[in-house]
Design a protein around this ligand. Structure first.
Ligand SMILES: [Zn+2]
Length: 214
């Protein structure tokens, strides 16, 4: 049987080997941003979401943004709790999120070191964000950082995030004076999520990144 393949019209020029697109993310501080900051939180019974957070996370995830927690946990180095305790707490929080909003975080990253240890992961260093991006295939330049401390904003900026937002929950009210001039400030994570979604949906899939401006 002869082949007629030579007579077929030319196929449209499909991009058959397009590289996998790296996803945008929202990098989230934990204590004071996602949940009430009770100081060296390590027991699930002490964990309380800040109002509206599970629903806000659901809106972000539905829009196609990965959710990644980046948190300084020097309580590990101080011997208050172990890395295993931190990992178990995060697993339980994911279970809560699954029940409350039908989602889990895409990643949990924490720095277990002391502030003066000189590690590369403790915020304001960008190490946690960079590691998460490599592990999860994220595009930092189209991603967002949200936290209640200056060190969160600085970590986002150091990593090259599109925008870094300070929330007024946790230490945020007091930290307003410490963030770089022009830093975007939102009342809480649900408000920050609305700003992010407006920016993310406006930018569209092909628009060039627009830095530090809503
Ligand atoms: Zn560290």
């Amino acid at each position: 049987m002869s082949s007629n393949s030579g007579d077929r019209p030319a196929e449209p020029n499909r991009a058959e080997v397009a590289p996998p697109k790296r996803r945008p993310a929202v990098f989230l501080d934990r204590d004071g941003t996602v949940n009430e900051d009770v100081g060296y939180l390590h027991k699930h019974e002490d964990f309380v979401f800040i109002k509206g957070v599970p629903e806000a996370l659901a809106r972000l995830k539905k829009a196609g943004l990965a959710l990644v927690v980046t948190t300084n946990q020097s309580g590990v180095a101080r011997g208050i709790y172990s890395s295993r305790d931190v990992i178990e707490l995060h697993r339980l929080i994911d279970e809560d999120l699954k029940k409350m909003a039908d989602l889990t975080m895409d990643g949990w990253y924490f720095c277990p070191h002391l502030p003066d240890e000189g590690c590369r992961c403790r915020k304001p260093s960008p190490g946690l964000i960079i590691q998460a991006s490599l592990d999860l295939g994220l595009d930092v330049s189209s991603s967002y950082m949200v936290g209640d401390k200056s060190l969160d904003v600085l970590a986002g900026q150091a990593a090259g995030a599109k925008k870094s937002i300070l929330v007024k929950t946790g230490y945020g009210l007091a930290e307003q004076d410490n963030v770089p001039r022009g830093t975007i400030v939102a009342d809480d994570l649900p408000s920050a999520a609305s700003l992010i979604l407006a920016d993310f949906l406006k930018a569209g899939p092909t628009a060039a990144p627009e830095k530090d401006r809503f």
